[in-house]
Design a protein around this ligand. Sequence first.
Ligand code: MLT
Ligand code: MN
Ligand code: ZN
Length: 304
Amino acid sequence: MRVIILGSAAGGGVPQWNCGCRNCTEARQDGRSRTQSSVAVSADGERWVLLNASPDLRTQLAAHPSLWPPAGSRATPVRAVVLTDGEIDHTLGLLLLRESADTLPVYAPAGVTALLGDEWPLYRVLSAYSGVEPRALEEGRPIALTDRAGAPLGICCSATAVARRPPRYARAAPTAAFDVGLRLTDERTGGTLAYVPTAGAMDDAVRRVAGGADLLLFDGTFWSDHELGAAAGGADTPTARQMGHLPVGGPGGSLELLPRLDAKRVVLVHINNTNPILCRSTAERARVEAAGIVVGEDAMEFDL
Ligand code: MLT
Ligand code: MN
Ligand code: ZN
């Protein structure tokens, strides 16, 4: 299975438009920006599945020749999308695929499909364009991903709910699975990718998704619980844990616990612009690297 990190940043990207912190300032000065959270996977290198659809999807598709239309055609190697949640940074990109010639299959947990038909009505809006075909990702029931016509894409996908509140735009939504981790297996090579861009805890759900995976792309949103409040200043700014992101550092942080999952490689993704691990010279970055964990970058590729 080919895996491309299309975007390694959390919502807002790096630099974030309204932020002048050290990370964002350096990113502007060096021209080294990070786009928002998304991954592309393919079993055959020709037909691709997007894991989340970022607001930066247009730039991301343009950056990778394997995702370009075949010359002379008006078509796309993107055959389906899988959503891990209904957050804006993981779904807004669906709007950017509206020129598609065909209906786009979008796999999502039931709670997310409901949100996208109602509180954040992407599916309703898109029905006037190419439209999407919502497909269910049922908890703990592995499914073979297929294209629009039902042809298997060679990847088996299993979703496990991870604890988190519904998105901020839908706080009153009835309880449902709003966030999942994915375990994707290449049906030919047996290579496994665990994709967990959101994890509020290192619990049984995360162990089920990630245990022994060849590659784990894990929630690297925040280093510390109060990081966003310190940068944004507001007393009512939520903590990392309140947002459903277990901090990487500190007691009980993911850095301590990730090695126990026995994944062969661990790469942090969905990294917020406030996170000190983005800066190559910080002590926090050194600690991540000393633990054998990689700070994800846009355009990193893996073969599983
Ligand atoms: C998250 O991952 O917690 C959300 O995307 C935050 C947000 O951008 O609202
Ligand atoms: Mn996010
Ligand atoms: Zn910043």
